[in-house]
Design a protein around this ligand. Structure first.
Ligand SMILES: CC(C)(COP(=O)(O)OP(=O)(O)OC[C@H]1O[C@@H](n2cnc3c(N)ncnc32)[C@H](O)[C@@H]1OP(=O)(O)O)[C@@H](O)C(=O)NCCC(=O)NCCS
Length: 354
């Protein structure tokens, strides 16, 4: 096993990573679109300002014919096949980090996952991170794996998928045409233009503060948020994650009343990832979420004609978001979980030696 740097890795290493991902997907979530290698290097090594990613690869000898795979090799010497991957995402200014371990079916239950997780746990410890989390798809081996390693389930979300060939386009056009007076809905391929960034940033930071129980944001907070958003959009572009944003603008004040964000990865351009859809509290109840999501669909029809479907996640069945998604034709898929543990607990559970 060794740490690798996608920024200057060989094509062979990149192919090894991609192969593992597609092998695991094909087994665990067979309808998932296959990943390609467009901007894969950039996807793996670029991060938002202050954020870092650390990657590991584990190697084994390729089995011959029907033979069982030979043991995997800690050193990677004389081993030709990537048999597992791990990554650690270290967000800026945070005590936590996100771990991701993948071992394809033909190499599972040989301790490779545990060894990769042990390495990642010690690195998290070395980086001063107190907690680790992992995103886990229900019904996969990752559930018993992380539970066996002492992780606890802290968030349950349901993935929803919208197939674009099942969309009622006349309804979508109607929702866009009938926007309540006093608002306009605008679609931006690549993200909002510079002159709208402060209003966009203000809406995003107000929402963040609202969840913390505050109701206003000062200029310095908005300026810092605008800078962060601009950097984050730039990182998305460079990683091949093509952003699309729709804003609901309140005409009398010019305030951004709501937003919806979606990304189409160059690595699997058939599926869009819907990030956030938010409406500020005092603009709720006017149908803005439906109008914004509908405008997004019309925009994508023009700019991303290869899209087959869109995925989004909900953590509650009865929230207004669920209603809007149901109206547009999103269909419930499977549950996704967030698991968490403390670094010290994980290390003692794994009985790891540094
Ligand atoms: C989860 C995963 C990393 C585990 O890798 P692995 O190399 O098989 O794990 P290990 O052999 O180190 O297993 C460690 C322990 O985890 C538990 N475990 C792992 N897989 C398990 C399974 N399928 N059933 C029950 N327990 C399991 C066991 O306690 C195991 O110890 P044991 O074999 O001594 O009983 C691997 O199965 C994987 O990548 N699966 C894909 C998961 C996924 O995320 N799919 C969605 C698409 S990305």
């Amino acid at each position: 096993m060794h740490e690798w740097e996608p920024a200057n890795a060989s094509e062979q290493e990149l192919d090894g990573w991609l192969h593992i991902l597609n092998e695991v997907f094909a087994h665990d979530i067979p309808d998932e679109p296959t990943w390609g290698n467009q901007l894969l290097r950039e996807y793996l090594y670029l991060a938002a300002p202050g954020e870092r990613r650390i990657h590991w690869l584990a190697y084994a000898q390729e089995p011959v014919g029907d033979a069982e795979p030979a043991g995997w090799h800690a050193s990677g010497e004389n081993a030709d096949t990537v048999c597992g991957t791990a990554s650690l995402l270290l967000p800026a200014d945070s005590g936590t980090c996100v771990v991701d371990v993948l071992v394809p079916p033909r190499f599972q239950r040989r301790g490779i996952g545990r060894a990769l997780l042990t390495t990642a746990a010690w690195r998290a410890h070395g980086e001063g991170r107190q907690t680790l989390s992992a995103e886990v798809v229900s019904g996969t081996a990752a559930v018993p794996f992380y539970e066996a390693c002492g992780f606890e389930r802290v968030v349950v979300e349901v993935r929803y998928l919208l197939r674009l060939d099942r969309v009622d386009w006349s309804r979508v056009r109607r929702a866009v045409a009938q926007v309540v007076s006093g608002y306009r809905i605008e679609y931006f391929q690549g993200g909002p233009p510079a002159d709208l960034l402060p209003a966009y940033a203000e809406a995003k930071s107000m929402l963040r503060y609202l969840t913390a129980g505050e109701h206003t944001v000062d200029e310095a907070t908005v300026a810092a948020e605008a800078k962060r958003l601009s950097a984050s959009l730039d990182t998305l572009h460079r990683r091949g994650l093509r952003p699309h944003v729709v804003l609901a603008i309140h005409n009398p004040t010019g305030q951004v009343a709501g937003l919806t964000e979606l990304v189409v990865p160059a690595q699997r351009p058939a599926r869009g990832d819907e990030y956030d859809t938010l409406v500020l509290p005092r603009h709720r109840g006017y149908g803005l979420a439906l109008a914004m999501k509908s405008r997004m669909l019309l925009g994508l029809q023009q700019t991303e004609p290869q899209l087959v479907d869109i995925q989004t996640w909900q953590n509650g069945e009865y929230e207004p978001q669920a209603q809007v998604n149901a109206e547009l034709g999103y269909v419930r898929d499977r549950e996704w979980y967030e698991y968490e543990t403390t670094t010290s607990r994980l290390i003692s559970r794994l009985g790891a030696v540094s």
